[in-house]
Design a protein around this ligand. Structure first.
Ligand SMILES: [Zn+2]
Length: 366
């Protein structure tokens, strides 16, 4: 398997275009033509993680947090530059799967919810999915060839299905006038043609291609077609809501989360003994969504990186919070390894995958 093939597999499972616009995901350092010689999953690509890959003789690291994020000014042999230089010197490919892994139904939030053994889980803050329904009218005899052309160009596909069209028969009418050069009919004479209304869906980015193909392959001089924009909720969303099997007090839940996630400390906002059942989680740094989560029925909002004033605002407004530290996302190392193992097994591809053993939490706890 080449890096390019690995990227295609990752994109099919955890699409890179579902990442937030400010993010930096994909192949950050590397060569698409190289063969994958082992994959190390990591939360952060630190120098110790690169050394770990070198030690294992693996040439691919998939990290959650992008090493190259803010603009890189120089690549000297110190700081982040040292890590980049080491990756390149040892021909190690670095792939980032950040917010695209966060919003995925089997991604980081799911891994957290799973570790906490929550039930009845559902995604929250779903991204909008925009696409077009296209309808055009075409003589019955030309329909098959027209649909074939569109399908060959990758249009009218939905999930695992190609050639998704709907047809309705009708009677098209027109009168060519002036300098018209009609495919069917004569000048100044009303013509009736057995036509078919062909409907199909396209991705948002396929509009220009579709218009070009209709103009190129529709037999009429002036084809009639419409693009109807449709917006619905996608399968990707920042956060997951789930329920505890049995209600617990906030204090009990905080201790439970600390133990399940195996992290050295947590802190919470809210009354010690308030009973809670419904939990909303955004891994990493999810402050900003706590009020929305409460409106959606969450008894407590779980995330990391909570600052004093966000906590105070929440306390004053009766919103319960649990800070599980940003580093709790480390569970994605094992979670992504398990996903990769199953995806590669399905394809009968034998590539070794390991979760990094390096603790990249910058904090020490006392
Ligand atoms: Zn993070």
């Amino acid at each position: 398997m080449t890096i390019k093939e690995l990227m295609m597999l990752l994109d099919s499972k955890v699409p890179f275009n579902t990442a937030e616009s400010w993010d930096n995901v994909g192949l950050l350092i590397g060569d698409e033509t190289e063969k994958v010689r082992g994959i190390l999953t990591a939360l952060d690509c630190t120098e110790a993680v690169v050394d770990e890959a070198i030690e294992l003789n693996y040439n691919t690291i998939i990290s959650h947090h992008p090493l190259i994020f803010k603009g890189v000014q120089s690549i000297e042999n110190k700081g982040y530059g040292k890590i980049i230089r080491k990756l390149i010197q040892h021909n190690i490919n670095l792939i980032a799967m950040h917010t695209n892994l966060d919003v995925n139904p089997v991604g980081v939030n799911y891994m957290l919810v799973n570790t906490l053994k929550l039930k009845h889980i559902r995604q929250i803050n779903q991204q909008q999915h925009r696409y077009f329904k296209v309808q055009t009218y075409i003589p019955k005899v030309d329909v098959k060839a027209f649909k074939d052309r569109l399908s060959q160009a990758g249009l009218a596909q939905e999930g695992n299905y190609e050639y998704c069209f709907f047809e309705t028969e009708g009677l098209g009418q027109f009168k060519p006038v002036g300098d018209a050069n009609p495919h069917i009919g004569d000048i100044d004479k009303i013509e009736c043609v057995e036509e078919v209304k062909v409907e199909f869906m396209i991705d948002y980015g396929q509009q220009d291609l579709t218009e070009q193909l209709i103009k190129a392959y529709h037999p009429y001089e002036t084809p009639v077609y419409d693009f109807i924009e449709i917006v619905d909720k996608s399968d990707y969303g920042l956060g997951i809501m789930g329920e505890l099997t049995n209600p617990m007090s906030i204090q009990q839940f905080s201790e439970y989360a600390k133990n399940q996630l195996q992290i050295p400390s947590v802190r919470f906002v809210g009354p010690y003994d308030q009973q809670i059942k419904s939990i909303a989680i955004i891994g990493g740094s999810g402050i900003g969504f706590e009020y929305k989560a409460k409106c959606q029925g969450a008894d407590i909002f779980v995330t990391g990186d909570i600052k004093h004033h966000d906590a105070l605002d929440a306390a004053i407004q009766g919103v319960n919070l649990l800070d599980i530290n940003h580093y709790s996302e480390y569970i994605m190392k094992q979670g992504l390894k398990a996903l990769l193992d199953s995806w590669l097994e399905d394809l009968n591809i034998d590539v070794k995958v390991k979760a990094s053993q390096i603790n990249t939490d910058p904090f020490h706890y006392v």
